[in-house]
Design a protein around this ligand. Structure first.
Ligand SMILES: [Zn+2]
Length: 322
């Protein structure tokens, strides 16, 4: 649709601005150079309540001992009533799994250092006793893709920084929430799928160099180039906690899946849910479009775990053990 080179350059420039604006705040994660290439031989253990006793009393299960930067893992603990997992000093809630135990996701930031690190799991057992176990994870390096972009003069001055910040602050506040678990089972494609690499127009975590400047930032989600009107699905069950038009992200829906996990869908043409509405996995929540700061139809899809943005594509391909 954009035939001329000049038009494409402009599109790229705008895409850069959008991506920059949607980049994870404060060194959060983002990205992803090879999302689908995340296949790892890391064995994961399925939690079968009561099996695999750990330490004195606590049975724990970790879906993925070698997550990539921008990756995630699922932690389960048996026979407990409350708890948290801690990684790189960040706390991740573990919430009741409906079977007497706890479960919760842990996100690895884009800037978290590769190499061995400790994952601490602290719970209150059903008999009232506190217990903590520590496991070693090995964070694998992600080779982020980089866009080198020549931005025409003035393009970066389109939006008032105060508007951008207000919108980001609002999302950050939403992503900091923790509600009861609503997610279950597998995480499904946000578009009629399965999604393919050919649909991806911008990877999570992608970095940018502006007019020859330093490489920096991380794209906070995955962009899919799809026709306007393409139905957008909730990746799991939850509650639509935001459904409205935003200045930068356009028509956006955020679904709270519980336990600190959220999914966001931006730049949609139309919304199909209302704030506060419960949704189920695979439900149509809107239709892809090009609202907000966007120059062509696409879906920007992001996943947040306790405020840490992670690569949604890795939630779809089974390589993280959940
Ligand atoms: Zn995007």
């Amino acid at each position: 649709m954009l035939g001329s080179r000049a038009a494409r350059a402009t599109l790229v420039a705008f895409a850069f601005v959008v991506a920059l604006l949607l980049a994870a705040p404060g060194g959060h994660p983002a990205t992803a150079g090879q999302p689908a290439a995340a296949a790892q031989a890391e064995p994961f253990r399925l939690y079968l309540g009561g099996i695999a006793r750990d330490g004195a009393h606590l049975s724990v299960s970790i879906s993925n001992y070698s997550p990539y930067q921008g990756g995630a893992l699922l932690v389960s603990a048996g026979d407990s009533t409350s708890g948290t997992a801690s990684l790189f000093g960040r706390q991740y809630p573990l919430t009741p799994d409906g079977a007497g135990g706890l479960a919760g996701f842990v996100g690895v930031g884009t800037e978290d250092p590769p190499g061995p690190t400790s994952l601490m799991i602290s719970v209150v057992r059903s008999d009232g006793a506190p217990e903590t176990v520590v496991r070693t994870l090995t964070v694998l390096k992600t080779d982020w893709t980089v866009d080198y972009i020549d931005l025409p003069p003035g393009v970066g001055d389109l939006l008032d920084p105060a508007i951008i910040k207000a919108e980001q602050d609002r999302l950050n506040a939403i992503y900091a929430g923790v509600s009861a678990r609503a997610w279950s089972g597998a995480w499904r494609d946000p578009l009629p799928g399965p999604v393919t690499a050919a649909m991806v127009s911008g990877y999570f975590g992608e970095q940018r160099s502006f007019n020859g400047g330093p490489v920096g930032g991380h794209h906070g989600g995955t962009d899919f180039g799809v026709p306007a009107g393409t139905p957008v699905y909730s990746t799991n069950s939850g509650v639509a906690v935001l459904a409205e038009g935003l200045d930068v992200r356009g028509n956006m829906v955020i679904v709270d899946h519980g336990g600190g996990v959220f999914s966001g869908y931006a730049h949609m043409q139309a919304l199909a849910v209302a704030p506060g509405e419960a949704v189920v996995a695979g439900q149509v929540i809107g239709y892809a479009g090009t609202t907000g700061l966007s120059t062509g139809p696409h879906l920007h899809w992001e996943m947040s775990v306790a405020g840490v943005l992670v690569d949604g594509l890795r939630w779809l391909d089974g390589t993280q053990g959940f």
